[in-house]
Design a protein around this ligand. Sequence first.
Ligand SMILES: C[S@@+](CC[C@H](N)C(=O)[O-])C[C@H]1O[C@@H](n2cnc3c(N)ncnc32)[C@H](O)[C@@H]1O
Length: 267
Amino acid sequence: MNTKKYFEANKKLWNAWVGIHAKSKLYNLDGFKSGNTSLQPIELKEVGDVKGKTMLHLQCHFGLDTLSWSRLGAKATGIDFSEEGIKLAKSIGDELHIDAKFICSNIYDIENHINEKFDIVFTSYGTIGWLNDLQEWGRLISKYLKPGGFFYIVDFHNIMWMFDEKYKYFKYSYFFNEEPIVLENQGTYADGNADIKAIEYGWNHPLSDVINSLISNGLQIEFLHEYPFSVYDVFPDTVKGNDGFYRLKEMENIIPMMFSVKAKKSE
Ligand SMILES: C[S@@+](CC[C@H](N)C(=O)[O-])C[C@H]1O[C@@H](n2cnc3c(N)ncnc32)[C@H](O)[C@@H]1O
């Protein structure tokens, strides 16, 4: 598949979204600058202590999570293909004197930029839907892990990408779509009222493809967790539970909305 056209369009969208997200309530950049972490309790608990560990953060957007891991003592490197995202990530890091590295690259071109191996490879919330080739993704994750290191992903559940725009009916296949799904967005998930229209190209993947791409590239699965809620209020028509998390109205606790996986590279 010639993905160049799709990645170019997606990059344009992400470059345009960075400035909107930097001003959004969801990303709360002011809060981050005043010391808040952008990380959620789930990944903080499941990744555990990162002090002194080297970490590669894939698809880091404008870097808040990468910088949050650095604040916790990780030696973190964020990569993303959005020039605007990486520019802002670097400037926030410089302004706050946080020691993190940022690299502008498509995930699939990462071998042109990075040689070292890491204790942890991390990625979160809104990742694989932008990627067409999970086998190659798994190969790269494995390549950049030190023996004994681990990969961790927490993301929205694969089922969440089957819904129609109002999240009432299943519209898209659960299984991999060779040809990308084309969506025209008005606003963004962080600011639905933003005056911006953009086309995105995405791919659905079953959860089995995520797991098998890791196994077939030599990683051992330590856990797979599924959660009946989203930590972010990014889906339409949700209700907020007493736990502070969001569920689709009238589907509360009957569908998985997020998953996480930890997978280890053997010593
Ligand atoms: C939803 S964001 C990542 C979420 C992150 N947890 C956050 O909210 O800060 C998705 C990121 O993937 C990046 N991205 C999409 N496709 C990519 C690709 N092929 N290579 C590298 N980065 C990509 C986008 O630029 C965007 O920053």
